[in-house]
Design a protein around this ligand. Structure first.
Ligand SMILES: *[C@@H]1O[C@H](CO)[C@@H](O)[C@H](O)[C@H]1NC(C)=O
Ligand SMILES: *[C@@H]1O[C@H](CO)[C@@H](O)[C@H](O)[C@H]1NC(C)=O
Ligand SMILES: *[C@@H]1O[C@H](CO)[C@@H](O)[C@H](O)[C@H]1NC(C)=O
Ligand SMILES: *[C@@H]1O[C@H](CO)[C@@H](O)[C@H](O)[C@H]1NC(C)=O
Ligand SMILES: *[C@@H]1O[C@H](CO)[C@@H](O)[C@H](O)[C@H]1NC(C)=O
Ligand SMILES: *[C@@H]1O[C@H](CO)[C@@H](O)[C@H](O)[C@H]1NC(C)=O
Ligand SMILES: *[C@@H]1O[C@H](CO)[C@@H](O)[C@H](O)[C@H]1NC(C)=O
Ligand SMILES: *[C@@H]1O[C@H](CO)[C@@H](O)[C@H](O)[C@H]1NC(C)=O
Ligand SMILES: *[C@@H]1O[C@H](CO)[C@@H](O)[C@H](O)[C@H]1NC(C)=O
Length: 500
């Protein structure tokens, strides 16, 4: 009993410590609805490379759980809607699920949240009535193991749970969901679990661009909206949507429940009608979002309130149905190259729209490997650049700054660019038989510095250390942690924003 007490007490203080000193965190959703993604091991490396500390997955896939073991990355795992029936029916099913799917990997894999069901109000089956019983059973299973304080249980929602979201002060839950929402909110309040919401200003803008300005959706301070009931000033739609949730909760007298954003983002490409789905807008939204939440700015109704968010999504997912934008929410292509650059720390100084302008106006350009190039063509071009092309390829050798990510496209990009810069940065110097493409943003990352016009730090001296013989290890994957601005692959999302 005494040990039990000490254990709980230290847990309590630990939680207090975590609570008191942590700021809002930025995580990322790792959806896997694609047939071309890297293996979970590679993904765990990618996530760590970008210093991402929080990852949300939608199931409890064993390979993924194993891949994140001992990485320090905190995982939010999920019970898919299809499993709600079984987990809601019998406690023993929840016990078994936890025992088989979670326990073997815990605590090496740091699991901190379990989402039981996702956006059930969007589901075509009437699964909503199963959610709370399933959550209760999962919680009971955790309690039996003494893990209920370390692993929080909740469920995610789309903004469709609200019947009104504007003005924010009029935010209200749709009463047709009351049958499961009320017990769920009681559950969350009792267990100090957050209310999880997926927020997409992109959809609100796309579906009513005559009423909603792009600036407002993209956090450009120039636009503002005043809530007539409260006088609160909103400079972005994200805050307005979050506050609509807070007001809806307060209207039901749930004042202590915290809100957590389990998905938000912006697609980088869409169908011809989806004009706002561009890499620039996606970069602007996510950059401004991160800066907005990183130092606990809070929202107009809850200034200074910590707000944790997960950006949707890590990868473009080619098997998602729907409009083209649905397959283009990723920060990364499946080959692990960046769709656009994103600073997860929120400390980068530049406003992206201006930055893009500046870089373009004074024509520094770089040359990298095209994502459309075949592996064989890339390998040949790389061999050529590092051989007859006289490029110094030492930087892409093992343990050198540009070796990671260890894949063909990344290595080729580095070599192509050096050749290009050494040879007058002319278009033809970036041809490589069609496998090279020019970009106007610096692909450098970490300590891997790409040569640029003028800084010809080259040593065309020792060309024996060529990379051609690393080809076997390069066969695994392709590409660079750089940014390919205009290239394409497809993905998805399943949300339905209602905002008016
Ligand atoms: C879903 O199930 C609940 C509880 O069984 C019921 O109250 C509700 O009306 C159902 N909703 C629909 C749309 O069938
Ligand atoms: C509330 O939810 C019901 C059932 O999903 C839906 O038919 C209705 O349109 C919603 N009401 C509002 C105002 O969104
Ligand atoms: C957030 O932090 C940045 C950088 O430290 C600072 O410039 C900005 O003013 C802060 N924002 C708020 C609302 O405190
Ligand atoms: C970008 O450059 C153009 C032409 O130089 C200028 O008119 C425009 O205002 C600039 N945009 C921004 C956001 O600086
Ligand atoms: C780059 O900018 C400098 C200074 O503004 C200017 O002198 C130079 O001509 C520009 N170069 C190009 C290629 O536009
Ligand atoms: C860069 O280096 C290459 C070979 O070392 C040389 O031929 C070329 O003229 C240099 N370019 C510039 C701009 O210095
Ligand atoms: C080229 O090699 C010579 C010796 O072979 C060496 O002294 C020189 O520093 C090298 N140059 C560079 C740029 O590495
Ligand atoms: C060239 O590089 C290789 C591998 O780094 C090294 O073994 C060799 O001595 C170098 N040769 C010269 C001339 O620098
Ligand atoms: C590179 O690999 C090829 C075949 O794998 C081999 O024939 C060749 O000798 C290797 N070259 C070096 C320098 O190791």
């Amino acid at each position: 009993m005494a040990t039990g007490f000490i254990f709980s007490a230290s847990l309590f203080f630990l939680l207090l410590l975590i609570d008191c000193c942590s700021g809002s965190f930025i995580g990322i959703c790792y959806g896997r609805n694609a047939d071309d993604l890297p293996t979970p091991d590679k993904v765990a490396q990618l996530v760590q490379l970008h210093k991402i500390k929080y990852v949300r997955i939608y199931d409890s896939n064993i390979q993924v759980l194993k891949a994140f073991a001992n990485t320090g990355v905190e995982l939010m795992i999920g019970v898919p809607n299809s499993d709600l029936l079984s987990l809601s029916q019998f406690q023993s099913n929840a016990d078994a699920w936890l025992k088989n799917s979670v326990l073997p990997y815990y605590p090496a894999t740091k699991i901190t949240y379990i989402t039981v069901g996702a956006e059930v109000t969007e589901s075509s089956y009437n699964t909503s009535s199963l959610v709370v019983p399933a959550m209760s059973n999962v919680l009971t299973a955790l309690k039996k193991l003494g893990l209920h304080k370390k692993i929080k249980v909740s469920s995610t929602h789309s903004l469709g749970v609200l019947s009104r979201s504007f003005p924010p002060s009029a935010g209200a839950f749709n009463s047709s969901h009351a049958h499961f929402l009320k017990p769920m909110l009681e559950f969350l309040a009792e267990n100090q679990s957050p209310f999880m919401i997926d927020i997409y200003p992109y959809y609100a803008y796309r579906d009513s661009s005559n009423k909603v300005s792009l600036d407002y959706a993209l956090f450009h301070a120039s636009s503002e909206v005043i809530d007539p009931n409260t006088g609160l000033l909103y400079t972005n739609m994200f805050d307005a949507q979050i506050d609509a949730i807070y007001f809806a909760l307060m209207a039901l007298n749930f004042r202590t429940i915290k809100v957590m954003v389990t998905e938000t983002g912006w697609p980088s490409k869409g169908s011809p009608k989806e004009k706002a789905a561009t890499p620039d807008n996606a970069q602007t939204y996510n950059t401004n979002l991160i800066r907005h939440v990183i130092n606990n700015t809070g929202t107009p109704a809850k200034p200074g309130e910590e707000l944790d968010i997960y950006i949707f999504s890590l990868f473009n997912e080619n098997r998602k149905p729907g409009l083209e934008s649905e397959r283009n929410w990723g920060l990364f292509y499946p080959d692990q190259t960046s769709v656009y650059n994103l600073d997860f720390t929120g400390r980068g100084a530049i406003d992206m729209t201006t930055a893009a302008n500046v870089t373009r106006s004074n024509k520094t350009s770089w040359c990298i490997a095209s994502t459309k190039a075949s592996e064989i063509d890339l390998q040949n071009a790389l061999d050529w650049a590092c051989g007859p092309g006289n490029v110094d390829c030492r930087a892409i050798q093992p343990s050198q700054p540009c070796f990671e990510p260890d894949n063909l496209a990344s290595h080729a990009s580095f070599a192509f660019n050096s050749y290009y810069q050494q040879n007058g940065a002319s278009d033809v110097a970036c041809s490589f038989g069609g496998t090279g493409v020019k970009v106007d943003k610096d692909p450098s990352y970490d300590k891997c510095i790409y040569m640029r016009d003028g800084n010809n730090i080259t040593l065309a001296n020792n060309t024996t250390a060529l990379s051609s013989n690393s080809s076997s290890q390069q066969k695994r994957n392709y590409s660079s942690i750089s940014m390919y601005l205009f290239v394409i692959i497809y993905l998805f999302i399943l949300l339905n924003i209602q905002q008016s």
